[in-house]
Design a protein around this ligand. Sequence first.
Ligand code: TXA
Ligand code: MG
Length: 335
Amino acid sequence: MNSNIKNTIISKIDDKSLILAKNLIENEELVAFPTETVYGLGGLATSDTAVKKIFEAKGRPQDNPLIVHVHKDYDLTQLVCIDFDYVYKLIDAFLPGPLTMVFRGKGNVSKLVSCGLDTLAVRIPSSKGAQAFLKAVNLPIAAPSANVSKHTSPVTAEHVYNDLNGKIDLILDGGKCEGGIESTVLDVTCEVPRILRSGLVTISMIKKVVGNCVYAENKQTDKVMSPGVKYTHYTPKCDTILFDRKDYLKAQNFYDNLVKQGKNPYFLCDDIIYEKLSGNHLSLGITGEEIASNLYYRLLEGEKIADFIIGITVDSGSDIDNGIMNRMSKACKKA
Ligand code: TXA
Ligand code: MG
């Protein structure tokens, strides 16, 4: 038997499991925990050993930096420099919540967290489970999404187990993550904040609070980029294809042809466009919030029951669509 194989347990969040989580973290082991966006795979951010284990467990590329998570009463200035006053407005408006900010780091966590960059991404998640875990450990926790690299991000403890069983000791079970897509990543090292990854805190919400905000183009020449955006992501373990919603008739045709070949396809789409289609449906709902909340859950359901997922682009009218389409177009192959 391989002694590296761990007996992974899933536990609800209570005093006993929080003590175990704290012990594991202090011993440089990993703990998966729920947040309001997706489950995170947490390790002690100040430990090279723990951070290396995160990269190994996920099979994550070595140049894709991690976000450090802290509880709501943690003093961020222990970790980062706040260079612009607008950051305080963002903290007031959105934290705790699904907004990660990239600051100049102070060098107080393992260098492996930021993969050699001089910046550090920090986030204060809002979910009860995340806060309970972070309060119990009272230490900065480096955590990417708790999936094997490239696979769809997990939104339940069972999803985490399916990817990381045998690789980690503990999964704290806080039920289904309501947000459903990862946090917005915002570069706050410049005068105008720049969105590196879209999420539930949208450009219009940020503009309302600080006046201005732009999308980063993630060019090689940018001072701060989000290295993660260049990688394949979120892909389920079955065939996929993505159609534009104006091409819904082509999508129906594609579906019908698969059925003729004896295949079992499912549409992955919002309920508005589904009214024009017929066949199996992984329902995403109607509003931007609903669609974000359902996206990974349905992709992970789909990979179990479908042999082909036919995605259709969404148009909920909300600028959350930006974050949704960023994920959906990586999860599904282009038609
Ligand atoms: O909602 C979330 O953000 C979840 C939960 C667990 O908190 N975490 C998450 O982590 O999505 P991950 O590792 O899957 O994605 C982190 C993203 C990547 O795109 C990475 O490139 C970017 O944040 N990032 C991290 N540190 C950075 C830095 N110093 N500069 C620029 N981008 C950074
Ligand atoms: Mg991820």
